[in-house]
Design a protein around this ligand. Structure first.
Ligand code: KG4
Ligand code: ZN
Length: 346
């Protein structure tokens, strides 16, 4: 029997989970409201909040799993990529725990864990599968051959999909993180009312900066055009009135464009590789429009589609635990000299 305690602290969520033989017994996530007023994550505040949260979060994860520290066979943690101060809190905690318990330590790559979140619940994809990993910092198409062998075959050349959601929301005056709010308003809106351009990027790579700029001009012109022209420049009152009166349609149209960019590349990747088991992962995979569009595209192209449960889409330790479990089975352990890293190779 293998029981893994996992810790995730790469950004602004402190999370701990317990996994026994591939089953997640608990997955506790403590968010950090402190960033809302700043319109984005403030790294130093995130590190401090992790230090306050980590002991109660780990305690609750153990209690909910009806587990004691003695029952743990290994400690897994997010080693990279992420905010260095945030990663350091989880890394030092995991290392101390592994040392005190005399148990193996397992370092986990956060983005690989997002992909493997698809192996938590049944039905599971068969290898090889493709995963569109869309989060606040990354947008990638990953070819996953096994839990240990993954290759990035496409990625964004500028903003990530989550950034495109959050920056658009900021332009609309919505609080951070705006992705879930755009999702909410889009449900009531017309996705084809406003047209934003689709970038022409070769291969399987993505770009979102052009869409963001066209939304900026579109709002500056109060919907008259998404090309910047001084003579169309709206006053602040005109712009706010336009946003208030059309919020649902604007959100639906922004979301529609981001989703079509993502799914067009995913379709291309499926065609080029011949792979039909297709997953999504990462915070943006919580988006209801993307989830629905993946299902519909999958039916049309006869794919087997997989979407993690909501709690395993945004940052969570459940995905670190399942990755740790597969590494445990493969005997892939790390020494206590391992250190956190803001950037990571695949
Ligand atoms: O994976 P994640 O929790 O953290 C990172 O590793 O970045 O992803 C966070 C991103 C944010 O940009 C957030 O706005 C976005 O996921 N997000 C959403 C939704 N829920 C979270 N974007 C669109 N619709 C949602 N429902
Ligand atoms: Zn993430």
């Amino acid at each position: 029997m293998a029981t893994i305690l996992a810790i995730e602290s790469s950004c602004d969520e402190t999370s701990a989970a317990v996994c026994r033989d591939g089953e997640i017994l608990s997955n506790i996530i403590a968010g950090q409201k402190v960033h809302e007023q700043y319109g984005g994550v403030v790294p130093e505040l995130a590190s401090r909040a992790h230090m306050q949260n980590i002991v109660p979060v780990v305690d609750t994860a153990l209690q909910n799993a009806k587990c004691r520290l003695d029952d743990i066979n290994a400690v897994a943690f997010t080693q990279s990529p992420g905010l260095i101060g945030s990663l350091l809190v989880g890394t030092q905690f995991a290392k101390s725990l592994a040392l005190a318990l005399h148990k193996p330590l397992i370092a986990v790559h956060h983005m690989q864990a997002h992909v493997l979140a698809n192996l938590i619940d049944d039905p599971k994809p068969s290898f090889p599968f493709l995963c569109l990993t869309v989060s606040g910092g990354h947008t990638q198409i990953v070819l996953c051959e096994s839990p240990a062998i993954m290759k990035v075959i496409g990625e964004t050349i500028d903003d990530a999909a989550g950034e495109a959601f959050d920056k658009s929301a900021k332009l609309l005056g919505l609080p951070y993180p705006g992705g879930p709010l755009i999702d909410k308003y889009a449900k009531e809106g017309n996705p084809t009312r406003f047209q934003f351009p689709e970038p022409q990027i070769p291969g399987l790579n993505f770009s979102f900066s052009g869409v963001k700029t066209s939304i900026l001009y579109f709002l500056q012109n109060a919907g008259k055009s998404n090309i910047y022209k001084e003579e169309f420049m709206a006053t602040a009152d005109e712009k706010n009135k336009f946003i208030t009166e059309n919020l649902n349609d604007i959100c639906a149209s922004i979301q529609h464009r981001i989703i079509t960019i993502l799914l067009n590349k995913l379709r291309k990747a499926a065609l080029e590789t011949g792979i039909k088991d297709i997953c999504i992962a990462g915070g943006v995979s919580a988006n209801s429009g993307l989830r629905q569009a993946l299902k519909e595209t999958g039916e049309k192209y006869h794919w087997n589609t997989f979407i993690p449960a909501f709690q395993y889409c945004t940052d969570n330790a459940g995905m670190i635990a399942i990755t740790g479990y597969y590494k445990y089975l493969a005997g892939e352990f790390d020494s206590l000299s391992v250190s956190a890293s803001a950037r990571a190779e695949w």
